[in-house]
Ligand binder design. Structure first.
Ligand code: UDP
Ligand code: MG
Length: 327
């Protein structure tokens, strides 16, 4: 029998976990042809999340968990889950029931048809402000324009991945992760299914605009170096105009003299160019920062506990990192 891992990153989700478990087990109990593993990744929750997961594990041996040593963020929680998943396929699901588990049978049937990455695209996004919708839409547009990797709009991390995709993703060990782009980057046969995204069932969103801006910068800097080129192009264009203007100023002075004036124009040009220079420095800094972080070569996360056992930090990510980088 094939085994399917349902990977659920959870950070302070005590209010929804039972509800999630009930809905999820109803769905998977109707699929007796598969074995399931419900793999929770506790991302350093400060509430009762871990205890609830442990109690679920006592009553249902399909439940297993990885407890990270602190809060690492959803992107890292996901790669930790992929490292520990035992299934022939992995389904990534948010804990807050915004990704309806009822889509799982459809995903599995496409998987049986031979697709490797079946992702769920949102038709609607209930419970999200128009500002969040608008900014997310604008961001996708921009990202799409400047990268060559096609990134699916209105698609989250809710998807079924064949073990081929999982193995591929496990080899991408960069510390600053933009997983959504990685799904596209690895390729393989993709299939889109549509769904209506519900509002969060309970608890609070961990997102805020600062995180969103962070993720946006992550998304751009991890998939393209075009912004670096942009500053070169801009610098070049400005220089050409500056040169022509210089010739014009010299000729004008020779022919008509110069009754000094022009403080406002000088001021604007200096401020404008100063701004451009700072932006270009910032862009270079973003990439330099990434290089700095990657060269440290740290493991992506540490595990505190795996299925009732204190993890010995040997068997883990560290080892994986080096084995992935050996060849
Ligand atoms: N999450 C996580 N670590 C974090 C933040 C979030 O594992 O630091 C998990 C969270 O428990 C949930 C999923 O990521 O399962 C999505 O988070 P959330 O619902 O807050 O984001 P939104 O749906 O608002 O984008
Ligand atoms: Mg959510």
């Amino acid at each position: 029998m094939k085994k399917i891992t349902i990977l659920i990153p959870a950070y302070n989700e005590q209010d929804v976990l039972y509800q999630l478990y009930n809905r999820l087990s109803t769905v998977i109990n109707q699929l007796p042809r598969y074995r399931f593993e419900l793999l929770f990744v506790n991302d350093g929750s400060k509430d009762e999340t871990l205890n609830i997961i442990k109690s679920l594990r006592k009553q249902d041996n399909r439940v297993s968990y990885v407890d990270l040593s602190r809060n690492f963020g959803k992107e890292i929680a996901m790669i930790a889950g992929l490292d520990y998943a035992l299934g022939d396929a992995v389904i990534i699901l948010d804990a807050d029931l915004q990704d309806p588990p009822e889509l799982i049978p459809e995903m599995i049937s496409y998987w049986e048809d031979g697709y490797d990455d079946i992702y769920a695209k949102r038709k609607s996004r209930a419970g999200e402000s128009w500002l969040k919708k608008w900014t997310s839409r604008a961001f996708y547009r921009v990202l799409q324009k400047i990268t060559r990797v096609p990134i699916q709009e209105d698609t989250g991390d809710f998807r079924l991945l064949d073990s081929r995709c999982v193995e591929a993703l496990k080899q991408l060990r960069e510390t600053q992760r933009y997983t959504k782009g990685m799904f596209s980057w690895i390729g393989y046969n993709k299939k889109e299914i549509l769904f209506d995204r519900d509002p969060r069932a309970a608890g609070e969103t961990k997102w805020n605009y600062i995180k969103l801006v962070d993720l946006a910068i992550e998304g751009i800097t991890s998939f393209t170096t075009n912004p670096l080129r942009l500053s070169s192009i801009f610098g070049f264009t400005v220089s050409i105009f500056a040169f022509m203007y210089m010739i014009w100023v010299i000729l004008k002075t020779i022919i008509m003299g110069e009754p000094v004036a022009g403080y406002p124009s000088l001021m604007t040009i200096i401020l404008f160019l100063g701004g451009i220079q700072l932006i270009s420095l910032g862009i270079i800094g973003e990439y330099l920062g990434r290089v700095f972080n990657e060269t440290k070569g740290r493991p992506l996360y540490f595990v505190d506990e795996y299925n009732d056992e204190k993890a010995l930090n040997k068997k883990q990510a560290t080892e994986y990192y080096y084995s992935a980088n050996r060849n």
